[in-house]
Design a protein. Structure first.
Length: 354
């Protein structure tokens, strides 16, 4: 197997590259997967085999990519990729729907595939996103139906199923993976499943986190130690001081919102917890911003380009032309932010060499 220069976790890099592609224009995703994803071996290749499927309001998107180690070889694994929050979509209601899925955490419910008396609880917003994805179809096949056929096909020789996502996509992955495991097992498909999340918000309470890690022997959670998102909603106290090492105090508005969310969770008795096993922290470094802005720092620390730098891999160059919808300026802004992250990477590399 080959690996990107400087990377020690080339599977993690590959999963994150797929997450980066998920933010591209849906019609360009198959091209990017098939032509821009670096192979993991000399004769390897990637193929988008299902989707992308996107909700009518553009709030959620999922696709499946398969990796083949060489010509005429069966797939090594298939990866279900769930897109994170994307405020660049050109449907206002889609933006609101994503906010609902991100922030509707005050009320929790038992995941539908678990017994009604299970102590495991998940945010209603996250379960709504899962319900949306369950209804997705591509070429007439639902996600679960396609995977059942693909994974048990004799010619594919039982590949591993990977589930991955960044931000909201990572949060949803933690419920999508166990739902798929239960759904596939019900039709006799028991291929190994590996969930891998990046910058994921917490989906549920400690009982759900324990259930999740006990269900999957290997479920890496990658998080930047200077990223605010993974602190939501299980460790909100740490948000107010996260950028103290960068000498950036939390703004009053953000602090007030933080206190209000904590009070609301306490009032409704909702609690959240990140998984305690299989954590993969990525030590973050402060961006030098002039002026020093808390929100810009948070945005850049959360960006997939920052995560890729911390992993030591190479970002997929989507470019504004393959990321533009009817609001190209917003998409170009995303592309410019990635460029800014890369510029910061080059400066750090030069200073380290010096």
């Amino acid at each position: 197997m080959l690996q990107p220069p400087g990377a020690t976790d080339f599977f993690g890099v590959a999963y994150l590259q797929l997450c980066q592609i998920s933010y591209a224009l849906p019609s360009s995703i198959p091209y990017l997967v098939n032509n821009k994803m670096p192979p993991l071996s000399a004769d390897g290749r990637w193929e988008c085999v299902w989707g992308p499927a996107e909700s009518d309001d553009l709030a959620n998107l999922v696709f499946v990519a398969a990796y083949y180690d060489g010509p005429n070889l069966p797939p090594v694994f298939a990866a279900v990729v769930t897109r994170g929050t994307d405020v660049d979509v050109n449907d206002f209601w889609g933006v609101l729907q994503q906010a609902f899925e991100d922030f509707y955490v005050i009320f929790q419910s038992t995941p539908p595939w678990l017994p009604a008396d299970s102590p495991a609880l998940v945010a209603d917003g996250t379960l709504y996103a899962l319900e949306t994805i369950q209804g997705f179809t591509s070429n007439g096949a639902s996600l679960a139906a396609f995977l059942a056929e693909f994974l048990q096909s004799p010619q594919n020789e039982n590949p591993v199923l990977v589930c991955t996502g960044h931000s909201l996509g990572g949060c949803v992955t933690t419920v999508l993976a166990p739902w798929l495991q239960a759904s596939l097992a019900a039709v006799g498909v028991n291929n190994p499943i590996v969930p891998a999340t990046f910058a994921a918000l917490t989906a549920g309470n400690s009982a759900f986190a324990d259930y999740y890690t006990s269900t999957f022997g290997y479920c890496p959670r990658y998080y930047n130690t200077l990223d605010v998102a993974p602190l939501a909603w299980g460790n909100l106290d740490a948000v107010s001081t996260i950028y103290d090492p960068c000498s950036i105090p939390i703004p009053d508005a953000a602090y007030v919102a933080l206190v209000l969310w904590q009070d609301a969770l306490l009032l409704e008795g909702a609690s959240y917890s990140q998984q305690q096993a299989n954590n993969a922290p990525l030590p973050g470094t402060c961006f030098e911003l002039y002026p020093a802005d808390w929100f810009t720092q948070a945005s850049m620390q959360h960006h997939t380009g920052t995560y890729m730098r911390l992993l030591g891999g190479t970002s997929i160059d989507i470019g504004p032309s393959l990321a533009a919808r009817s609001r190209p300026r917003r998409r170009v802004s995303r592309y410019r932010l990635l460029s800014q992250v890369r510029s910061r990477e080059n400066l750090l590399l030069k200073s380290n060499k010096g």
